[in-house]
Design a protein around this ligand. Structure first.
Ligand SMILES: Nc1ncnc2c1ncn2[C@@H]1O[C@H](COP(=O)(O)OP(=O)(O)OP(=O)(O)O)[C@@H](O)[C@H]1O
Ligand SMILES: [Mg+2]
Length: 316
C-alpha cells in the first residue's frame, strides 16, 4: 500500500518533560529513610510529548511546538524530536521532570518540578506555527493547566490561531486546583475559538458542571463554533463524540492493560491523524481507540503502523 498523501500538518503544542517512574512502592516510607524499589523507567512524557511519540510512530505529518530548559536532559529530549526541537526556545532553567512511584494496586503518586513548561509563552508558540494554515491543518493544545504562562494567554492564542486559518483542538486535562465557577468562566473566553474538545468523562462533566455526559457535551457545544465537536474518552468503554446533529460511540478495544500512562494522549494522536488525512469523524474515533489500545497494552510501548490504520478505512 502506498501511504495516502496530505498537505495538512498537526501542530501539537504544550508540555514535553522527563518522566522517571519507579515500581513498586508497597508502603509509604518513613521520613529520612531510603526505599529500594525493583525497577525504574526513564522516558519522555508530558501530554504533548506522549502525543508526539505516537505521531512519530504513525508517521503522521506533525510538529511538536514546545520549549526547553538548559541541563543534561535538554539534549536527550531534543534528540527524540529532531525535526521539531531546533525550533524550541531555550530557557535558563531546569528541565521539567516528573518523578512517579507505582503502588501494588496500580495507583501512582507523582512529584513534578516546574521547569521549562511553565515558561512556554504565546510568542514561543506562534513563532513555531506558520502565519497561514494549509487547508486541513490542526493545532492541538494540551497540558493546559501545567503550561501556566501559556494558559494566561489562551484567549488571544486561540483567536490568533483561528485567524491564521487553523482548526484548534484542546485537551486540557484535569485542573489541579479542581473546577470552580471562576475557572469555568475563564474557559468561556476561549471556547468560542475551539473546534474540538478532547476530554475524558470526568473532565467533560467538570467543565460543563453537569452530571450527565450527553447534557454536558451539548452545553459545551453551545459555547463553541458551528461545526465544533466534543470527544469524550471513556476508558475501557472507548470514546464518544457529540456534534450539532451527531452522536457517535466507538467501543474500547478489549486489551490487557499494562500501562495506562498517556492513554488519552495516544488517543489524540490517532484521532487527529485521521482528520489530517481528511477522514470522517467515525474513522477518527476508530483510529484513536486503536492507537490508545495498542499503547496501553504493550511494554515496551508499541503503536499500530499507518498501514493497519488505513486498513480499518478499507474495511468500513
Ligand atoms: N482499560 C482500558 N481498556 C481498553 N481501552 C482503554 C482502557 N483505558 C483507556 N483505554 C483507551 O484509551 C483511551 C483514552 O483513555 P481514557 O479514557 O482513560 O482517557 P484519559 O483519562 O484522558 O487518559 P489520560 O489519563 O492518559 O489523560 C480511551 O478512549 C480508550 O480507547
Ligand atoms: Mg487525558
Amino acid at each position: 500500500m502506498k501511504k495516502p498523501e496530505t498537505r495538512a500538518t498537526l501542530y501539537v503544542v504544550g508540555n514535553i518533560n522527563v518522566d522517571l517512574i519507579m515500581s513498586t512502592l508497597r508502603e509509604w516510607p518513613k521520613k529520612g529513610t531510603e526505599a529500594m524499589l525493583e525497577s525504574s523507567s526513564l522516558r519522555p512524557g508530558g501530554s504533548a510529548g506522549n502525543c508526539a511519540l505516537a505521531l512519530a510512530a504513525l508517521e503522521s505529518p506533525y510538529r511538536l511546538v514546545a520549549n526547553q530548559g538548559h541541563d543534561q536532559f535538554t539534549f536527550w529530549l531534543a534528540s527524540l524530536f529532531p525535526e521539531s526541537a531546533p525550533h524550541w526556545p531555550t530557557y535558563e532553567c531546569e528541565t521539567s521532570l516528573t518523578f512517579g512511584v507505582t503502588h501494588p494496586d496500580h495507583e501512582r503518586t507523582f512529584f513534578s518540578n516546574q521547569g521549562h513548561i511553565v515558561r512556554l509563552s504565546m510568542q514561543d508558540v506562534l513563532a513555531q506555527i506558520p502565519e497561514t494554515a494549509q487547508p486541513g491543518d490542526w493545532v492541538l493544545l494540551c497540558g493546559t493547566w501545567l503550561c501556566t504562562a501559556l494558559y494566561a494567554e489562551y484567549p488571544q492564542l486561540l483567536a490568533t490561531l483561528k485567524d491564521r486559518g487553523y482548526f484548534v483542538a484542546v485537551d486540557s486535562g484535569w485542573p489541579p486546583q479542581d473546577w470552580s465557577n471562576a475557572l469555568r468562566e475563564q474557559t468561556a473566553t476561549w471556547l468560542p475559538f475551539c473546534d474540538a474538545l478532547l476530554l475524558n468523562e470526568v473532565e467533560t462533566l467538570g467543565l460543563a458542571d453537569s452530571s450527565q455526559l450527553d447534557e454536558a457535551a451539548r452545553r459545551l457545544l453551545a459555547k463553541m463554533p458551528n461545526n465544533a465537536f466534543c470527544v469524550v474518552k471513556c476508558g475501557p468503554d472507548g470514546a464518544r463524540l457529540w456534534a450539532a446533529n451527531l452522536a457517535l460511540h466507538q467501543p474500547g478495544q478489549p486489551v490487557e492493560v499494562v500501562d495506562t500512562i498517556g492513554a488519552g494522549d495516544s488517543f489524540n494522536a490517532g484521532f487527529l491523524s485521521a482528520l489530517i488525512y481528511g477522514l470522517p469523524l467515525a474513522t477518527a474515533l476508530q483510529w484513536g481507540v486503536r492507537v490508545a489500545g495498542c499503547a496501553i497494552s504493550s511494554s515496551p510501548r508499541r503503536y499500530p503502523d499507518w498501514q493497519s490504520l488505513f486498513g480499518l478505512v478499507e474495511k468500513t
